[in-house]
Every structure is written in C-alpha cells, then in structure tokens.
Design a protein around this ligand. Structure first.
Ligand SMILES: [Zn+2]
Length: 411
C-alpha cells in the first residue's frame, strides 16, 4: 500500500508555544507560510477557543502583533470565532504571516480544549487559516454541539511546545527532540499535556502509543490491541495509514472520543466502540478532509461505515431507526444539527452508513469505492460530489441514492 504524497505548495505553520500552568494560558507565535491560489483582500484566522462550549467555561483566544512579510497589520474581528487582517494578496505569491496568540484555557470542559487539574487537552486551538484551494475562505459558524465545524485544510506543521517540568506531551506527528513536533500534509495539529502511564505498540512502520492519564483506572493493553487491529484492518481496506505515528490518549472529564491527525483523545471506558471509530477518522477527516461545518456526514458517516466493517456492528447500525426530524436530512450542515442535537448522532453517523448500505452492492464493493475516494482526495478537501463519483464506480446510481437520504451537491 502506497502512501499518497501531500500536495505541493500547501501552507506551512511554524508554532512556538508555551503552557503556563499558573497563568492558565497557552501563548506563543504562529507563522503561516501561505500561498493563496486566487487573489484575496485578507488573511482570515479561526478562533475556536472563543466558540460557545469553550467560552462558557472561561476559554478564550486573543491575537496581537499580526504582520505580513514583517509589515505590521491591524487585526479585526468579524465575529467571536473569526479574525482577519486586510492585506491584498496575489494568487500564487507566497506570504509569511505572523501572529501572536494567548489562549486562556477553559476549565472542566467535556470537549477538545480543556484543562482538568494538571491535564490539558489542546485541540482546535491554533488560529489556523481556513483557505480552501479553488474556493477561498471558509467561514462556517461555530457549533454548540460536541462536534467540529472547521474546514480541514491540509498543511505542514512544525510545532514547539514548552511545558512545566514534570508534565509530558503526547501530540500529533514526530517528536524530533524536546517536544518539537513535525507533521506534514495534515488538517490540524493537537496535543495532550499531562502525566501519563503508557504502552507502546509493535507496528514495523510507525510507533503506536497509548497514554493514560495517571489517575485513571483504564488498563492500556486492551486499547493498544484494538488500535493495532483497527489500523491493520483499515489500512487493508482504504490504503496506508498516512502519519508517522499514532497516539491514543485517555484523559478524565470527557465522554467518547475526538480525532486529530495521529492523535486521538478519548475519555474513560471508551474502548469497545469509540476506538475503532476514531482510528477510522485518520482516513475520513484526516487523510481526506472535508468541511465539517457544511458536510459533517462526509467524515462521520464514513467513519461510522468503517467502524461497522471492522467492529462487527454493521448489521446493528443498519437496523437502527432514524428519528423523524433527521430522516432524509443526511446532508444538512452543523447549523441544522445544532437545532436537532438529539438526532445528530443517528441522523449523520448512522444514517450515513445506511445510505451507503442502500447502494445495493456488497460492503466489500463499497469499501473498494471508498479506497478510490481516499486515493483521489488524499490531503485535499473532499466534497459530496467527490464521494458520489467514487461510489458510482461500483453503484452507477450512487448520486440519486445519496440524494434520497438528503445528501446535497452530489452531482
Ligand atoms: Zn466521529
């Protein structure tokens, strides 16, 4: 199985950040080496620490000292989760954009950005530039659900994270020394800071680590076994695992799991169903990105499909009923699901699997089409049409079947 090379000319981020436990902040500088493929009049940054869940627990991010090619630029807020600076940029001309950030950590949030005692979950924290090639800036509003609303645009990350003595860091990518991490062609970069007990896996191609926050009673070995089996089964179906390392980190004060490239965050007692699902996101969200605000079913439906294939739960998912307010609304954006939160899981995750099952071909044939979808869209932002096109190679009426379930923009 071949790894698909990352796109050339994608944004490169250099981040130098420091966790100050006394001040309860993570602050630092982010440099984006950014080349738009169309003219634009601004640089946009997403401020997810200002999103509703984080903000209601005291979390926030503040930016300062923005510059474009070393020339200072004034920062403006479009809304709480979107900042921009005016700058006329030319297509295919690279700029070096720098900004300073200070994040005040929300405490006790059951979500991706949270501080619980000594432990810090650092997910969706950087003020990344949501530029979608051939499209432009993606400005989806934040969601109040236990979900993500960002566009996953692939970039190369070079992140230095300094933490107080005695704390460890588990993070996306390769540690090239002293918590200096590199990860290429990935939609985001995340870390967990804390005190862990860990076990290491035995893949010959890349390191696998399960880290468990030291106060928790979960045993690491069963998690490691399920991670290894899931990685193996998924690679067989959808192509090689795309990152240089895999980390699963269990922390308290959290239910379920949250995926980042090469790093999965899970709460206690989550091995049975959450582990294979989050590992599947390494392909569907990680390797193949999507606009999680506009098309949440693309990554959640496909991760649930993959989970069903490798975890023996396919038949059960197929027979689950879909609530009336979600039925045939598969393709709705997060703004719809915020108002139908009780139906989000079945309407997007379960119904996504059911729409693929309704294609009327074998699960192996669907998997074959999904492998084509991965190969054709690796390190890119996929659209519903890209999925329908791949599925049409095994089920010619795929677009109309998906549309019947409420998928939008499939043809
Ligand atoms: Zn998921």
């Amino acid at each position: 199985l071949q790894r698909v090379a990352a796109r050339r000319g994608i944004t490169g981020y250099e981040v130098d950040a420091k966790y100050d436990a006394t001040a309860n902040t993570v602050s630092g500088d982010m440099v984006a080496n950014f080349t738009p493929d169309k003219d634009t009049d601004r640089v946009v940054m997403r401020l997810w620490p200002n999103g509703p869940d984080s903000a209601s627990h005291g979390g926030k991010i503040q930016l300062s000292a923005a510059s474009v090619d070393a020339v200072p630029h004034e920062l403006q807020l479009a809304n709480a989760t979107t900042a921009f600076t005016e700058a006329p940029l030319k297509a295919d001309k690279k700029i070096r954009f720098r900004v300073h950030f200070t994040i005040t950590l929300p405490r006790g949030t059951d979500d991706r950005l949270s501080r619980i005692g000594d432990t810090v979950r650092l997910g969706s924290w950087l003020p990344l530039l949501p530029w979608e090639p051939e499209v432009g800036w993606a400005l989806d509003p934040p969601t109040s659900a236990f979900a993500e609303a960002s566009l996953s645009v692939h970039a190369n990350f070079d992140v230095r994270l300094s933490v107080p003595e005695g704390l460890q860091v588990a993070a996306s990518g390769t540690d090239v020394g002293g918590y200096h991490f590199r990860l290429d062609g990935a939609p985001d970069w995340a870390a967990v800071i804390g005190k862990f007990t860990g076990v290491h896996g035995s893949s010959s191609e890349f390191p696998i680590t399960v880290s468990i926050e030291q106060s928790m009673s979960d045993a690491p070995a069963p998690y490691l076994a399920r991670v290894e089996a899931s990685l193996r089964e998924l690679a067989k179906r959808y192509g090689a695992y795309p990152w240089p390392a895999f980390n699963l980190v269990l922390t308290p004060g959290m239910h379920g799991g949250i995926e980042y490239p090469g790093l999965v965050m899970q709460g206690p007692n989550t091995n049975a169903r959450t582990t294979p699902h989050e590992v599947a996101h390494q392909w569907f969200y990680g390797l193949v990105g999507n606009d999680q605000g506009r098309d949440p079913w693309l990554d959640e439906g496909l991760a649930t499909w993959a989970e069903g294939q490798i975890n023996g739960s396919y038949s059960e998912f197929r027979s689950r009923s879909i609530p009336g307010d979600a039925r045939n609304h598969l393709g709705e954006p997060m703004t719809f699901w915020d108002a139908h939160e009780g139906s989000y899981y079945r309407g997007v995750y379960v119904q996504g699997l059911q729409a693929l099952a309704a294609l009327g071909v074998s699960p192996a044939a669907v998997d074959c089409a999904l492998a084509r979808y991965v190969a054709a869209n690796a390190h890119r932002v996929a659209t519903p049409k890209a999925l329908a096109d791949a599925l049409a190679t095994v089920a010619p009426d795929a677009a109309s079947v998906l549309a019947r379930y409420g998928a939008q923009r499939v043809s």
